[in-house]
Design a protein around this ligand. Structure first.
Ligand code: DGP
Length: 114
């Protein structure tokens, strides 16, 4: 059996995480190294390594994540101004290879991102 990813361990409670949302398909917890006053990681329970590894079978799951993210931003008080980021691949800044959406809010967000 494949070794659990870091985020699977957090979702399973094996590693502590500051959880802010959970349902049967995904869970969200605060980033350990926040880039903004609100920085939440939304993670599918299915350990898809990168967005590019998702398949058509994952369409419903990916849509679910996009529907849950604004609810988390709103619950954090920033439903009208938040950013979603998915880093795909090490050269794009991905360091944990279990798909996750960064939900970032609470300060002015510049464009383009660095
Ligand atoms: P990325 O670089 O896109 O793969 O984002 C991974 C994020 O995961 C990064 O912002 C830091 C965060 N992170 C890494 N290890 C832990 C951890 O043990 N707990 C929590 N809460 N976040 C972590």
């Amino acid at each position: 059996m494949a070794e659990m990813t870091l985020f699977e361990k957090i979702l399973a409670g094996e590693i502590p995480g500051d959880m802010v949302y959970e349902d049967e398909h995904c869970a969200a917890f605060r980033d350990i190294n926040p880039a903004a006053p609100v920085h939440v990681l939304l993670v599918p329970r299915k350990p898809i390594p990168r967005l590019a590894d998702a398949s058509g079978d994952d369409a419903g799951l990916l849509g679910h994540l996009l529907l849950v993210a604004p609810k988390i931003a709103a619950a954090e008080g920033f439903g009208d101004a938040f950013r979603l980021v998915v880093n795909n691949g090490a050269d794009a800044g991905q360091s944990v290879f279990h798909l996750h959406l960064h939900i970032i809010a609470g300060r002015p967000l510049k464009w383009p991102p660095g």
